[in-house]
Ligand binder design. Structure first.
Ligand code: AMP
Ligand code: MG
Length: 279
């Protein structure tokens, strides 16, 4: 299965999240099968990320958006977090501070975009400014409406400067979400995640869904595609995302830079050092 093709939203494609599956096994027999595929993808990602870091010419930005309990933290812990922290960083975007609110909505985002050679993972992102902000009427429509184009321009600028952009939406059903809320309630180690606002968002599910659909339709571009990933099965979600990241890094084809030292000279210095050590 070509996950990249299967789950990518084409530019201007109209999206109905209700019609898109949340629970699929894809090509996998079972969980173990998917976990094995994920492990392989992670090995590929690690190798290519290392090369990209050394090459220091291109960068990768991964955006994660999802309803509560859909698994953003899980994807980071189990898949993306396996990258070398020397070249990879996660940025969570929370309710903006007063300083952040005193600036344009991209101000806090731009300073977190990846430098050449680096990977940045956004746990939530500038898309909150056309999602929660829109659903909760935090600013008037005359303010959020123009943001789709502003976001496209921003992402095009990043792409033109060597940043590949992947945007993942973790698509879970309301039933699966409620089941995960139940498990959180029963597990004291997960009580820190509980938040009454999560239930409020459930009551606004249709509005949230429409806001997401608009964002996908307007902001899935050739240079910064959105992927809607079925996420009811955590193992499928991890396999699909790891596959798309591995494929993207392969296409970016980072290369070790050409050797610019005189290898014969280095060998001569090595032999000298070795001889000196014998004395
Ligand atoms: P969590 O990711 O569960 O820790 O929650 C972070 C919260 O910050 C979520 O409820 C988001 O909707 C909220 N948030 C993130 N960005 C924004 C934003 N630009 N404006 C308002 N709320 C935001
Ligand atoms: Mg939360």
């Amino acid at each position: 299965m070509d996950f990249e093709k299967e789950f990518r939203i084409k530019p201007s494609e109209s999206v109905s999240l209700k019609k898109r599956e949340t629970k699929t096994k894809g090509p996998f027999e079972d969980k173990a099968d998917a976990v094995a595929a994920t492990e392989k993808n992670i090995a590929t990602i690690q190798e290519l990320q290392y090369r990209m870091y050394v090459e220091a010419k291109q960068s990768l930005l991964i955006v994660l958006q999802a309803p509560d309990a859909a698994g953003k933290d899980g994807v980071i812990r189990k898949v993306l977090g396996k990258m070398n922290p020397q070249g990879c960083r996660t940025y969570p975007f929370k309710v903006p501070s007063s300083v952040e609110l005193a600036h344009d909505f991209l101000w806090r985002i731009h300073s977190c975009t990846p430098a050449r050679g680096k990977v940045a993972i956004f746990n939530r992102s500038h898309y909150e400014d056309v999602l929660v902000v829109r659903v909760q009427n935090l600013v008037p429509e005359s303010v959020w409406r123009p943001r789709y184009e502003i976001i496209n321009d921003f992402e095009r600028n990043l792409a033109a400067n060597g940043t590949r952009i992947l945007k993942f939406y973790l698509h879970i059903s309301p039933e699966e979400q409620l089941e995960r809320f139940r498990k959180r309630l029963e597990n004291p180690a997960k009580h820190w995640k509980l938040n009454p606002g999560d239930y409020e968002a459930r009551n606004q599910w249709d509005d949230v869904r429409r806001a997401y659909e608009d964002a996908f339709e307007r902001c899935s571009t050739k240079y910064a595609p959105w992927y809607v990933i079925p996420a009811d099965h955590k193992w499928f979600r991890d396999a699909a995302i790891s596959s798309i990241v591995a494929k993207t890094l392969s296409e970016m084809d980072p290369k070790f830079p050409p050797v610019d030292v005189d290898l014969d000279e280095i060998r001569r210095l090595y032999d000298l050092a070795k001889d000196a050590q014998k004395i």
